[in-house]
Design a binder for this molecule. Structure first.
Ligand code: FES
Ligand SMILES: [Fe+2]
Length: 451
């Protein structure tokens, strides 16, 4: 048996936009994971929290940034800073709580104390033990390189050369966040739901664009009415049982079009096209859009989004005013974080109904994600098999059949259900792993004219 070259040494072979094949090694290889932490999560703008989670001075929220954890802190002057949650003395976490309000952060190991701005302001025994020779100004908490917000969503990057946040997001990423911000005077519901799935983080990302699986994976959600049963004429084809009988599985009709947006740096949006959904299924769930000023701000194409925006590398915006972080912890362990949003001006009943729906779709009590998690865990497990991992992962649906239209800063396709956005994400992922300059990275992730 010849040794297979290490995955990190054959990036060219791992993803192909032309064949729609992905090397399965990337879902359980430790070296790939380490490279992801360095070249993707060590450079990208990453979502930390929402402005309304830390409204008062001294409010803080602990957020993941790749392999690091940062404290996002509201300053006395109202600005926001973020720094690593690790003591500059000997590394202990300076804060053990996930969120809260403080006047300063005192490390529980030896008691070094840091101000809200991360400066070292207190050292026990500074005169007696250190003989006043320790220069406190040299040992603050380590800050992120850049921090900025887009419409209340707080992002940071460890790369001081990263482009400004709005440029990084581009029209695609901004439109994704607008899908929450435009709903009203939005605030985060207190508390973030967090749970762990034994899966590689990339499975949790590519699944957000997968409108092929719900009819099978989420059959139980259909059967208990969590997802409204489609009308009879919504059924086309269908799966066969072991005996060849038609299963009562509602398949999306072939004339339902998806609206797929692919953007620079790997952002994407994919899922049903709203207009097409209205015609084929008679559903129109987005009443909040029907205000002239909202329609104007979303633009000609924003109103077509009835699917899922995703901000590379790991932030998903749902159609239900939620945002999910997929947090890689190891090649086969991913934390899922759920942030839910509500309109401050909606009634208590409306807010309760909205939260009820948010909790029961996704998150630890969410029927859909419990079902998804089983698939992700099994898919990850099978990529560890010596022989199983030789089989390519397939993203071939609709390959080569979709023209790209470029308008209003967006590059989009109008196509039947397909796997374009998943493949786009993996293409960008591979380009990030090569660690090019920001200019090169942008060049390599400019959408081409056909997928
Ligand atoms: S490790 Fe924090 S005070 Fe020593
Ligand atoms: Fe799902």
């Amino acid at each position: 048996m010849t040794d297979v070259p290490r995955a990190v040494d054959r990036l060219d072979d791992l993803v192909s936009l032309d064949t729609g094949e992905i090397d399965r090694t990337i879902f359980s290889d430790q070296e790939i994971f380490d490279l992801e932490m360095k070249n993707i999560f060590g450079r990208a703008w990453l979502f930390l929290c929402h402005d309304t989670q830390i409204p008062k001075r001294g409010d803080f929220f602990e957020a993941p940034m790749g392999s690091d954890n940062v404290l996002v802190v509201r300053q006395r002057d109202g600005s926001i800073r973020a720094f690593l949650n690790t003591c500059s003395h000997r590394g202990n976490a300076v804060c053990r709580a996930e969120e809260g309000n403080v006047r300063n952060f005192m490390c529980t190991y030896h008691g070094w104390t840091f101000g809200l701005d991360g400066e070292l302001v207190g050292v026990p025994g500074k005169s007696i033990f250190y003989k006043d020779k320790l220069d406190l100004s040299k040992h603050p908490l380590r800050k992120v390189a850049q921090l900025d917000t887009y419409r209340g969503f707080v992002f940071a990057t460890f790369d001081e050369t990263a482009p400004p946040l709005e440029d990084y997001l581009g029209a695609t990423g901004r439109l994704g966040l607008d899908m929450i911000a435009e709903r009203g005077d939005m605030e985060a519901v207190p508390g973030v739901q967090k749970f762990t799935v034994h899966t590689n983080w990339k499975f949790t990302v590519d699944n957000v664009f997968d409108y092929y699986h719900p009819q099978i994976t989420h059959m139980s959600a259909f059967s208990v009415g969590l997802i409204p049963a489609p009308p009879d004429d919504f059924v086309e084809g269908g799966a066969k049982s072991d005996t060849g009988a038609n299963l009562e599985v509602p398949f999306l009709p072939t004339d339902l079009h998806n609206f797929v947006v692919v953007g620079e740096y790997g952002h994407a949006i994919s899922g049903p096209d709203q207009e097409s959904l209205e015609v084929t299924a008679g559903t129109e769930p987005f009443a909040w859009r029907h205000k002239p000023e909202v329609e104007a701000r979303l633009g000609r194409h924003g109103g077509r989004v009835a699917g899922h925006p995703h901000i590379f590398p790991s932030t998903w915006v749902t159609t239900n005013a939620q945002l999910s972080l997929r947090v890689p912890r190891s090649p086969d362990v991913t934390e899922i974080w759920w942030f839910s949003f509500r309109d401050r001006n909606s009634s208590a009943d409306e807010q309760a109904a909205s939260l009820d729906s948010q909790i029961h779709f996704f998150g630890p009590a969410g029927m859909l994600e419990q079902e998804d998690g089983e698939n992700w865990a099994q898919s990850t497990l099978q990529t560890k098999g010596l022989k199983s991992r030789e089989i390519p992962q397939l993203l071939k649906m609709g390959l080569g059949t979709s023209e790209v239209v470029k308008e209003d800063g967006l590059a989009f396709m109008d196509a039947p259900i397909n796997e374009h956005a998943q493949l786009w994400t993996y293409h960008a992922w591979r380009e990030w792993l090569r660690n090019p300059s920001w200019e090169e990275l942008r060049e390599r992730t400019i959408p081409r004219d056909r997928y």
